[in-house]
Design a protein around this ligand. Structure first.
Ligand SMILES: C[S@@+](CC[C@H](N)C(=O)[O-])C[C@H]1O[C@@H](n2cnc3c(N)ncnc32)[C@H](O)[C@@H]1O
Length: 228
């Protein structure tokens, strides 16, 4: 790695009522670069905390992270024994390289990293196995991309109607909403209060993220499916 590259460390802790304590330590790659996918965003640590809190639900599941960037949620899912595939925009080679660096740092040699651009039906997307859980941290950050993100999610749900999109959203403008698009694509969404998975804090997993940003955790599925 160059002098502009580094790693960010996180420690996810679960204190069991029995007095036991489980800890997961991961590190992800960060690079000083103007591109969004080279940093860990506040949403990522909240989504990673959700995965850690419900880690038993991901064991053996096929999990695809879209717009993964530094890939903290996907790395946590892989460490929690999910079969993870990481993806970022197929045109952003340095973001895809950042995903690969995060895998290497965590000794995850079997995690594929592929280019999936939102809204495009590419060979990589067509060749994917059935995905059970789609992860997306801070992928709703440019309104012009919102529909493209949801069309990719919808495509994956056509292959597996039971798939659920676990996503975190950072509030940047009160005017932005995905509600009409969810309706258009026959999708529904439930909000998960942060306190239900111990994420209602400014510091999480030993880091100063998410800070004072307003983050929402949402589960999106096809309208006619029962969410857990
Ligand atoms: C705000 S960053 C979030 C990165 C990471 N998920 C996180 O939360 O730390 C948005 C991510 O979406 C990726 N991205 C942007 N446009 C994309 C597109 N059209 N298709 C797929 N990924 C895209 C970026 O490369 C970047 O990794």
């Amino acid at each position: 790695m160059s002098a502009r590259s580094g790693t960010k460390r996180f420690a996810f802790v679960r204190q069991e009522p029995s007095g036991g304590r489980e800890v997961l330590e991961v590190a992800v790659a960060e690079v000083l670069d103007p591109q969004y996918g080279m940093y860990v965003w506040p949403c990522a640590v909240v989504l990673a905390q959700y995965i850690w809190f419900y880690r038993r639900a991901v064991i053996g599941k096929t999990v695809l992270e879209i717009g993964a960037g530094a890939s903290l949620p996907g790395i946590v899912a892989a460490k929690c024994r999910a079969k993870v595939i990481l993806s970022d925009c197929s045109e952003l080679q340095n973001c895809l390289d950042n995903c690969r660096r995060s895998c290497k740092i965590n000794n995850l040699v079997d995690v594929p990293v592929i280019g999936i651009s939102w809204g495009l039906i590419s060979p990589h997307l067509l060749l994917l196995p059935k995905v059970d859980i789609i992860l997306g941290s801070d992928v709703f950050y440019q309104p012009e991309d919102f529909e493209a993100v949801l069309t990719t999610v919808f495509y994956l749900m056509q292959k597996n109607p039971n798939a659920v999109f676990w996503t975190t959203y950072q509030e940047r403008s009160a005017d932005w909403s995905i509600e009409a698009l969810l309706h258009k694509w026959n999708l529904k969404c439930i909000h998960i209060p942060l306190k239900t998975f111990n994420a209602n804090k400014e510091h999480l997993a030993g880091s100063s993220l998410p800070g004072n940003h307003t983050i929402h955790m949402m589960l999106i599925s096809l309208k006619n499916k029962l969410l857990p």
